[in-house]
Design a protein around this ligand. Sequence first.
Ligand code: GLN
Length: 486
Amino acid sequence: MHNATIKSLAADLAARKFSSVELTRHLLSRIRALNPKYNCFITVDDAASLKQAQAADDLRAAGRAGPLTGIPIAQKDIFCAKGWLTTCGSKMLSSFISPYDAHVVEQLNGAGAVNIGKTNMDEFAMGSSSETSFYGPVRNPWNADNVPGGSSGGSAAAVVARLAPGAIGTDTGGSIRQPAALSGICGLKPTYGVVSRYGMIAFASSLDQGGPMARTAEDLAIMMNVMAGFDARDSTSLERAREDYTGEIGKAVKGLKIGLPKEFFAEGAEAGVTGAVAAAISAYRKLGCETVEVSLPSMKLAVPVYYVLAPAEASSNLARYDGVRYGHRAQDYADLTDMYKLTRAQGFGQEVKRRILIGTYVLSHGYYDAYYIQAQKVRRLVARDFAEAFRRCDVIMGPTSPTTAFRLGEKVDDPVKMYLNDIYTIPANLAGLPGMSVPCGFDGSGLPVGLQIVGNYFAEAKMLGIAHQYQQATDWHLRVPPGCEG
Ligand code: GLN
């Protein structure tokens, strides 16, 4: 059961081969056995998950089951889920039981999906390694000495370790795609505004976007059909007609024009990564695709621009954690100001504090024009580069990450090195474009490599179809990390 895709689990549930309660019990027992090793989950609640599974079985008995009914889905602990501890990987929220559901969670619940647990992540989604969590680092199932990527590393590790067939994550600068690549699964960051941010704990609101993580592109499409949609409670949610994201699954890719940005292939990526990505692009050529070189000249500015804008928005968003309304509150303070100071000093970890300091600085009087306004202007240039490139191609391809999974501790004390890991993913966030990662091989040490596909606005269905064709021709996504076969 645990190796099956969402699509095949749905078929088996429909054929009554097993019930959602049986499936959920099976995955919970795997989580019990493997989670101590990988630390993918912050909260597992057998009773709550099984109650949802029973409700899903009842729904099916009543003839009202849909494609996600009874399917266990892991939820990054950034999504508010009613009655569940929702920590965002932070001590600040280590006692926060959410009184409401995020829009995405509401949609999943409405479809009859089962919340199989809340996954570990970098604190407030700030990081690329899932090491900054208050709950300790997540380990990569392909090699437990290595990171799974981040910030949605718990979701990625859970999916590849076969603890859940799918998971939800969020991507502000790469946090769905990069852990998907480093862990060997698929992940999609939709066009900004397609998935509601309501109830998704805010990091950098103009960049944050929720999305699905699973082992196949087809499963991502099935999840998107439930996750996407207009929600008036998110002011940047897009009001569009409902779309079937599975609509282009099975469509041939012959004649497709793939843009290869020369900046994605300049020096900087490891040989194991460039080798696997080049092989994937040849596979597309064999399927009848054409390739054209394109250029994203502003890409070199994307990381510095992101590290002005994201901390600026974070410093504003995280001002709400003041110990007054909810979350951690310091004991033994002298007065109100002292309470604020102690609460924030104790509640936030080092990386979060670093971002708040940078953000407060770039927004301060006298620096605002020089940094924040300037960064907003360069952001436009990045979007313009993509628009230019899409006049010459249908989709863009390249590596998702310049490296495969690095060792725990290797970059955590060197923020600039850590930040550069997102060099290929950040541009799509700045432009609001959809991007995804698909497993495309392994490096010399047996660590997975991800192929990134970036599409034009609302090209998700097309991208998923393109990725599906590749997965039909390859079996990278079927490989199971040693120790997870079980
Ligand atoms: N690694 C990037 C950061 O630290 C992106 C994180 C994300 O997408 N949430 O900000």
